[in-house]
Design a protein around this ligand. Structure first.
Ligand code: IPM
Ligand code: MG
Length: 361
């Protein structure tokens, strides 16, 4: 495995937010605080347009050789009508996750007094700190068969398969329990066991695993209720463990607790020490090339990379502090603005964070 950071800007606002994150990496390289080299590769719609595939072979090869990968976003209206799943931009990301066996995705929603959600009362939010552990390698995203077919009445029907084996459930469960041991020793497992067999197996395995972690308090919640509780009483959660699709949905919901999905980073890990870091937001084609996207989620993804992949927890702390300082000074991108605050562009936000960061490192 090379000491390489593979950068995959992708589509929409991906390249814009990645630019700001790369500036942070370059500062660290210049000061010789990290010795990783940067390499760029194509993914998503951009790769479809230029190479004809959402995950070109060169990209996959480079990814397999890298310790850390930083991704912007994939997808956009331009490719919305592609019917074949294997040719869609999103397939590029899913194939990357699958091929490198990134089985656990960690999404951390943390209350930030500087950025308040406009839709939820702040007293409900103070000290909210939720770590969502999402199973990333199986479930309805990957299950076969899938497709759209005509039935005998010449009516099309779409179908997908939700499949999850007990090894994968146990594997993600262990990650969640181990993390819970280092936090409040509390896990909420989210499923839909009242309706789905796959969820009943999930609940059985998680309950069984819980016996090996007597110090961790486990609760089970149906996903519809969890979606409501995250908004109603977010403070009841600490670690949430759930499957691929439920994790995708409730992590966007939890992101809103931090004021904007533009603030939420994520890390995906495999069992041989490689990691993929990406903001939880998508390609946001509606604001593409307007210079207004929030680069903080991507810069926080670099912070996660520093902490977990490059073993530089202090630099990660400094980077988080730099972001906090910029917010404290009252600078905001449009998604986290409120009256009387200074609105800055994507690039200005990146520069302001770097200015603070350079004072600390
Ligand atoms: C995410 C995204 C992806 C997912 C898409 C782009 C395939 O929504 O990382 O949350 O659904 O996993
Ligand atoms: Mg998502």
């Amino acid at each position: 495995m090379k000491n390489e950071i593979l950068i995959l800007p992708g589509d929409g606002i991906g390249p814009e937010v990645i630019n700001e994150a790369v500036k942070v990496i370059k500062v660290l390289q210049k000061k010789k605080l990290i010795n990783s080299v940067i390499r760029y590769a194509k993914i998503g719609g951009y790769a479809i347009d230029t190479v004809g595939l959402p995950l070109p072979n060169d990209t996959l090869k480079a990814a397999k050789a890298s310790r850390s990968i930083l991704l912007g976003a994939v997808g956009g209206h331009k490719w919305d009508n592609i019917k074949d799943f294997n040719k869609r931009p999103e397939y590029g990301l899913l194939k990357l996750r699958k091929s490198l066996k990134f089985f656990a995705n960690l999404r951390h929603t943390c209350f930030n007094p500087q950025v308040l959600s406009s839709s939820i009362k702040s007293e409900k939010l103070s000290n909210v700190n939720i770590l969502l552990v999402r199973e990333l390698s199986q479930g309805i995203y990957f299950g076969k068969p899938r497709g759209v077919l005509y039935n005998k009445y010449f009516l099309r029907h779409g179908y997908n398969t939700s499949k999850l084996d007990e090894k994968a459930i146990r594997r993600i469960g262990i990650i969640a329990f181990e993390i819970a041991k280092t936090r409040k020793k509390k896990i909420c497992s989210v499923d839909k066991a009242n309706v789905l067999e796959v969820s009943r197996l999930w609940r059985e395995i998680i309950s069984d695993l819980a016996k090996s972690y007597p110090e961790v308090k486990v609760s089970h919640m149906y996903v519809d209720n969890a979606a409501m509780q995250i908004i109603l009483s977010p403070k009841i959660f600490d670690v949430i463990v759930t499957g691929n699709m439920f994790g995708d949905i409730i992590s966007d919901e939890a992101a809103n607790l931090t004021g904007s999905i533009g603030m939420l980073p994520s890390a995906s890990i495999n069992s041989i020490g490689q990691s993929l870091f990406e903001p939880c937001h998508g390609s946001a084609p509606d604001i593409e090339n307007k210079g207004i996207a929030n680069p903080i989620a991507t810069i926080l993804s670099v912070s996660m990379m520093l902490h977990f992949s490059l073993q530089k927890p202090l630099l990660s702390k400094y980077l988080n502090a730099s972001i906090s300082n910029v917010l404290k000074k009252g600078f905001r991108t449009a998604d986290i603005k409120y009256t009387g605050i200074k609105i800055v562009s994507t690039k200005q936000m990146g520069d302001l964070i770097i200015e603070e960061f350079e004072k600390l490192i």
